[in-house]
Design a protein around this ligand. Structure first.
Ligand code: IMP
Ligand code: MG
Length: 339
């Protein structure tokens, strides 16, 4: 697998957690390293009937032999981190880069009370925006300054690059989505950092020449939480008719549902430098495809949609998620698609 980066192609919540968990279990990387903003992210992972909601630890934790890392670019909320480490039993195999920025209580309070951040932008209230502002002002604390993180401190770039030198697999987990990138998203209705693959490489300390694969995850029906433009948003009645109702993992807010956005998908695949696409939620397009694991078992409607996605993005669709459970996936990485 070598160095693979996975990112969200739309506005977040594309199903990255599930795809990462599948890749971790299936490809058995030595290291799963998380990039991204911080605990504003909410990843959902379902394995063997159990459902996990994660905000800080890598979704690849489901593969028990992987070393888990939180890259220097990520903001750490020590409380959220420690809670997840203890509830998933990750002590001993998870490390936090000593340079990670720290989210303090005051950042959370500001994020929750600020009329601009909370009111206009619709932030998650997790303190990420104010903490990243503090970091840019060189006022933020780092992980090395937090006593309660001492036992987890490590040098993530060293570990990741050494693993690559030894020919081991490294899976880099992005968070959020292209549309809420500080640089390329629908500014000002965006998160407090870039969300593209290059940023994820930076977050964990690998240079662009070390990246082998960039997987961009697109949702068949994109969603958006919080404020901001959403060009292909559909009427609530239509979403209801399609039986698509979603709530945010972090905030519990109802997500807005949209149609496939060809223009955005193309632009997102371009800036991310996608080498393959992972498509989620095809079971919403055709519920009869729920849980399908073989390409040939997919309906014509879904196959046609996969072809459209490849046409729009000019990238091969190699992973097709057919349901939330880890095993509900068509993996085409090693086979030719039968037409
Ligand atoms: P913040 O990142 O909490 O400042 O929120 C800024 C905007 O990004 C809001 O519209 C949030 O709903 C959105 N956002 C931040 N993180 C995520 C995520 O992981 N998934 C989806 N939306 C997110
Ligand atoms: Mg999410």
């Amino acid at each position: 697998m070598s160095a693979t980066i996975l990112v969200g192609g739309f506005f977040g919540d594309e199903g990255k957690g599930k795809i990462i968990a599948y890749l971790a279990k299936h490809d058995k990387p030595s290291v799963v390293a998380r990039g991204g903003v911080g605990p504003n992210a909410g990843h959902t992972v379902e394995v063997e009937g159990k459902k996990y909601g994660l905000r800080m630890v890598p979704s690849g934790f489901v593969y028990e032999s992987a070393r888990l890392l939180v890259g220097a670019g990520v903001l750490v909320d020590p409380e959220v981190f420690k809670r997840e480490v203890s509830s998933f039993g990750l002590k001993g195999r998870i490390g936090v880069d000593w340079r990670c920025g720290i989210i303090e209580k005051k950042h959370i309070e500001e994020d929750k009370s600020d009329a601009y951040l909370k009111g206009k932008i619709g932030s998650t209230g997790s303190g990420c925006g104010p903490a990243n502002a503090a970091r840019a002002s060189r006022k933020a604390k780092q992980a090395k300054d937090e006593k309660e993180l001492a036992e987890f401190l490590c040098d993530v770039p060293l570990e990741v690059n050494e693993a690559l030198d030894q020919g081991k697999g490294v899976l880099v987990e992005g968070t959020q989505g292209f549309g809420i990138s500080l640089l390329y998203g629908t500014y000002p209705f965006v998160t407090s950092k870039d969300t593209t693959a290059s940023q994820m490489a930076t977050d964990v300390g690998i240079g662009p020449t070390r990246v082998d694969e960039v997987i961009v995850v697109f949702k068949s029906f994109p969603t958006r939480v919080g404020e901001g433009p959403f060009e292909t948003q559909m009427k609530e009645e239509k979403a209801n008719a399609l039986h698509i109702v979603e709530y945010g993992t972090v905030t519990g807010r109802k997500r807005r549902i949209g149609e496939w956005d060809a223009k955005m998908a193309a632009y997102s695949a371009m800036i991310n430098g996608a080498t393959m696409v992972a498509l989620s939620g095809v079971d919403r397009l055709d519920p009869s495809c729920r849980g399908v694991k073989e390409y040939k078992e997919l309906s014509k409607e879904v196959k046609d949609f996969v072809a459209k996605v490849e046409h729009d993005t000019r990238v091969s669709v190699k992973l097709i998620s057919t349901g939330p459970e880890l095993s509900e996936i068509v993996d085409l990485r090693e086979e030719q698609k039968e037409k």
